[in-house]
Design a binder for this molecule. Structure first.
Ligand code: GAR
Length: 203
């Protein structure tokens, strides 16, 4: 898993994967910055961690190659981005395209980017939510695995809305990462279908 922040989505997957029947284990947690709660959560559970700040590389393509190599060294079947605030680059997608998931705190295709809850609030929508999708080269544009709707309430600010979204987002993530890991999945154009060998369907 790759994280950049508090890691509550990571924690939900750590908790779920403690049951053998869940069908997925977290082999490593990586981050683009040090000192975050997401890394501390992994360390407390004995999960290997690594940190690759973009500032330690000459440019973004060099970081992208290093990230791809590092993730590959753990031989994951699936990569889950949860609050990872960097875009996956071409080197990363060459290895992990078609089997990297990301979760976004808005109902795609509305409000992509770094500020889904803030943008939804500013627009005045009454319903927003979270989207789990297969990462492609765009910003929150990949094939959608699952979505969950969450109401916007009078008096919400960015923080209260985001926290309400995250409660539903974590449940969606746990349900679908488990289902995808247990069943495999494949892409049928933009539709994500359970079953089949994930590895046969990289772009
Ligand atoms: C989640 O809501 C996730 O969807 C969002 O950051 C939060 C991370 O929470 N990601 C993005 O906005 C990416 N564009 P967490 O660190 O507590 O899991």
């Amino acid at each position: 898993m790759l994280v950049s922040g508090s890691g509550t989505n990571l924690q939900a997957l750590i908790d779920a994967s403690s049951a053998a029947e869940y069908g997925a284990q977290i082999v490593a947690v990586g981050a683009d910055r040090d000192g975050i709660e997401g890394l501390a959560r992994a360390e407390r559970h004995g999960i290997p961690t690594f940190v690759l700040p973009t500032s330690q590389f000459e440019d973004r393509p060099a970081w992208d190659v290093a990230l791809a190599d590092k993730v590959a060294s753990y031989e994951p079947d699936l990569v889950v981005l949860a609050g990872f605030m960097k875009l996956a680059g071409p080197a990363f997608l060459a290895l992990f395209g078609g089997r990297t998931l990301n979760t976004h705190p808005a109902l795609s295709p509305a409000f992509p980017g770094m500020h889904g809850p803030r943008d939804a609030l500013a627009y005045g929508v009454k319903i927003t939510g979270a989207t789990l999708f297969v990462v492609d080269e765009g910003v929150d544009t990949g094939p959608i695995v699952a979505q969950v709707a969450v109401p916007v309430l009078d008096g919400d600010d960015e923080s209260t809305l985001h926290e309400r979204i995250k409660t539903s987002e974590r449940a969606m993530l746990v349900e679908w990462v488990g289902a995808l890991a247990r069943n495999g999945f494949h892409l049928d154009d933009r539709a994500v279908r359970l079953g089949g060998d994930t590895h046969d369907h990289q772009p």
